[in-house]
Design a protein around this ligand. Structure first.
Ligand SMILES: C[S@@+](CC[C@H](N)C(=O)[O-])C[C@H]1O[C@@H](n2cnc3c(N)ncnc32)[C@H](O)[C@@H]1O
Length: 224
């Protein structure tokens, strides 16, 4: 089923539009998770499995979490947080939607994951420079463009000196039209992450056979 004919995506777009029209940039996520009433099939991005591009990328770039902390941005139902916990990280995972956070807690019981409700734009002060690995999957692309630079600035500020940031996102060419949500990231958008002493180390694109959409995994590291 393509994106236009998928009723779950169409409903998500309807909910998103109703909030975006009112100038509420991300209130629609809580509304959508609440409306789903525990049925993950009603959330377009939820499949109760770790992100398949992260998994493919990680197969060649083993993430070793022993003794390390990780932060998962916009964690949704927690599958990627669990993926990192299985690799030995002590994971903090947060989402602006309290329904998503409660739902994730019910699915994944691990002493190595703490799920929290928090807004990316008001992170707890103690998170600043606090994590060996920060994982961002599909959150920046889900936010309206006027929030992009701020979102990226906050995310990069959460990486500890010597730590890493891994970003998974839809990819677009620099000159491609944007009509979101989601608002895909171009190669030059991904360079926006090169602040706060972060350097791009790897950028790999994946064309998905299932939906024909190109996504990328980018890895950045922060100087000590
Ligand atoms: C497209 S979903 C992706 C969820 C998850 N990362 C995944 O890949 O399955 C974007 C997520 O970001 C969360 N989100 C949106 N705005 C946020 C904000 N300001 N702070 C924290 N989370 C936010 C949403 O609630 C949603 O769970």
């Amino acid at each position: 089923m393509n994106e236009e004919t998928d009723p779950v995506r169409a409903r998500a777009r309807e909910v998103a539009d109703s909030f975006l029209e009112q100038g509420d940039d991300y209130g629609w996520f809580e509304a959508l998770y609440a409306e789903a009433e525990g049925s993950h099939e009603r959330i377009p991005w939820a499949d109760l499995a770790p992100n398949r591009f992260l998994v493919e990328w990680e197969a060649g770039n083993r993430l070793s979490g022993e003794g390390n902390t990780a932060l998962v941005v916009g964690c949704g139902l927690g599958d990627d947080a669990n993926f990192l916990a299985e690799r030995g990280f002590d994971v903090t995972a947060f989402d602006v939607s309290s329904t998503a956070v409660e739902w994730a807690r019910k699915i994944y019981h691990s002493d190595h994951i703490e799920f929290l409700q928090a807004d990316l734009f008001q992170p707890p002060v103690e998170w600043s420079g606090g994590f060996d690995l920060v994982l961002e999957i599909y959150t920046v692309q889900a936010l309206p463009l006027h929030l992009r630079e701020e979102a990226i600035e906050v995310i990069t500020g959460l990486v500890a000196p010597g730590g890493e940031l891994v970003v998974v996102s839809r990819f677009r060419e620099d000159d491609e039209e944007l009509e979101g949500p989601p608002w895909a990231l171009s190669r030059s958008d991904s360079r926006l992450f090169e602040i706060s002493d972060l350097k791009l180390r790897e950028h790999r694109e994946f064309k998905d056979a299932e939906d024909g959409i190109t996504r990328f995994v980018a890895r950045f590291s922060k100087e000590i």
